[in-house]
Design a protein around this ligand. Structure first.
Ligand code: FES
Length: 103
């Protein structure tokens, strides 16, 4: 059964921003874009750069090392040199609290 864990509050992350959190063995990034929250693993699939040090542009995150881009809603690659998607996590918001699903 899936477990949701509270990782942040809405006021922690302004729209257009992102913040990293430790979730068991994963370092994740919570992104706030267009009034919604998304969670992705903080590791580029190209060469393992911490993607949280890149830039968030709408629903796209840009890796700072070689410029690969990923759709934060699905983890899919939107620009090379990465070819593999990054992991995403389901997010739910209840009141002020942001939860991430663990499988
Ligand atoms: S490590 Fe991210 S594009 Fe190379």
């Amino acid at each position: 059964m899936a477990e949701y864990r509270k990782v942040a509050t809405v006021s922690d992350i302004p729209d257009g921003g992102m913040k990293t959190y430790r979730l068991d063995h994963d370092q994740i990034v919570i992104c706030h874009s267009g009034g919604r929250f998304y969670a992705i693993v903080d590791e580029c699939s190209h060469d393992a750069a911490p993607i949280s040090t890149g830039h968030l542009r709408d629903h796209e995150i840009v890796c700072p090392r070689h410029g690969a881009r990923f759709d934060i809603t699905s983890g899919t690659v939107t620009a090379p040199p990465a070819v593999a998607p990054i992991d995403t996590f389901e997010v739910k918001v209840e009141g002020e609290d942001i939860f991430v699903r663990l499988d």
